[in-house]
Design a protein around this ligand. Structure first.
Ligand code: PLP
Length: 393
């Protein structure tokens, strides 16, 4: 066995900005491999290009998504920017097609950056009655022939499950690439690259890091040409994750399966419980038969789980009563369930939907829960207490 300098079993945090290259020949050789996902220990150049601690965290994600490469970035948004921008080819750029049920921050980026600043031809595809109609989708795509279609496996906050296999099959017929934000589903439930998707994105801020203490993003794939463009773009704009954050991510991701499987089972139990409460009007959770995309959730995930997000609203005689009940609920659980605008944390956290999405979702008083991996009985107890207070008011 090769003897190491220090008997540590972990890759250290390499904080080097530039790496030592020794002579002109090795420098030229290192630069010639700049756009490879190389693991050669003496070919690092500069941390904005590639960094050994970051590569080691990328390898953990490659094992999870079972893909040929993964590139870490400083946030989910910089992963999205990288994945999309590599398809921009000046005036030659054909339309880009986005499903409308995607993260609000992505929509804002599309509108402000891609449309307003870059002047790109952006098109949207909207669901009907809570699902995507693939017959309509084929009609749109056959006329538009977009460069790519962009979807989320499980959408935010209505938790629509996209029929990734069906969508990918249609897109391929028209030479359209498929880019999937798999943040809510995670590879534990589903691996879109196995179904022919070209790029998978994650906000690693969420379930991969899992502790609400770092921001990171990742793009994953199998196509070498896409990887080379993405490595180049990430380098040009400086989106690469820092070694410090990569170290923490690499450590925290070791418990991803354990955390997420427990979060999914807690969410499945809690959704069924909430669905039985008279004070609650409706529960949106892909594992419930009443959810419009339950059939796709079953198709994609089997019975493994349905993600760990639940959206629900309150019963009430009018909008005001429903919103008052929401506010009372938020107040009553606040010791245990905090209002924190993220998801995938260890503890259950919540967001009032209207405060973030405005009137996009007209049901008043909706709450989105990110279910944690705390003891289930403790979580249910907190919610039972809060619902009792809501009923009394
Ligand atoms: N994708 C989804 C589905 C998200 O929910 C988010 C953030 O909430 C992002 C991407 C952006 O990730 P980040 O906040 O790490 O930039």
């Amino acid at each position: 066995m090769k003897k190491k300098e220090v008997n540590s079993s972990r890759i250290p945090i390499y904080r080097d900005a530039g790496f030592e290259l020794y002579d002109a020949l090795s420098t030229a050789e290192a630069f010639s491999k700049e756009t490879e996902h190389s693991r050669e220990p003496d070919k690092y150049i500069y941390s904005r290009y590639r960094n050994p601690t970051v590569v080691s965290a990328e390898e953990e994600i490659m094992k999870l998504e079972k893909c040929a490469w993964a590139l870490l970035t400083q946030s989910g948004m910089s992963a999205i920017d990288t994945a999309l921008s590599i398809f921009q080819l000046g005036k030659e750029t054909r339309p880009w097609l986005f499903f409308t049920e995607i993260y609000g921050g992505t929509i804002s980026y599309i509108e402000s950056v891609l449309k307003s600043r870059r002047g790109l031809d952006i098109q949207y595809f909207t669901p009907e009655n809570g699902n995507y109609n693939l017959v309509e989708f084929e009609k749109v795509i056959s006329v538009l022939k977009p460069v790519f279609v962009y979807i989320e496996t499980i959408s935010n906050p209505m938790l629509i499950v996209a029929d990734v296999e069906g969508i990918t099959g249609i897109a391929k017929k028209y030479g359209t690439k498929v880019i999937i934000d798999n943040t809510f589903a995670t590879p534990w439930l589903y691996k879109p690259l196995n179904e022919g998707a070209d790029i998978v994105i994650h906000s690693a801020t969420k379930y991969f890091s899992g502790h609400g203490n770092l921001t990171a993003g990742v793009i994953c794939g199998n196509d070498n040409k896409i990887m080379q463009s993405a490595i180049e773009y990430r380098k040009f704009v400086g989106h690469t994750l820092s070694a410090d954050d990569a170290y923490r991510l690499q450590t925290q991701i070791q418990s991803f399966d354990l955390r997420f499987s427990r979060q999914c089972s807690n969410a499945t139990r809690l959704a069924a419980f909430l669905n039985d409460q008279p004070v609650i009007n409706h529960v949106w959770f892909p594992g419930l038969k009443i959810h419009p995309s339950n059939q796709f959730a079953e198709k994609l995930f089997g019975s493994k789980g349905y993600g760990a997000m639940i959206t629900f609203d309150f019963d009430g005689k009018d909008k005001t009563e429903k919103k008052n009940r929401r506010d009372k609920f938020i107040e009553s659980v606040s010791e245990k369930i905090k209002l924190i605008p993220t998801l995938g944390d260890p503890h259950t956290i919540l967001m009032p939907v209207e405060a973030v999405w405005g009137t996009k979702y007209p049901e008043p008083g909706m709450i989105r829960l990110s279910v944690g991996f705390e003891e289930y009985s403790e979580l249910e107890r907190t919610i039972v207490k809060a619902l009792d207070i809501v009923k009394e008011n």
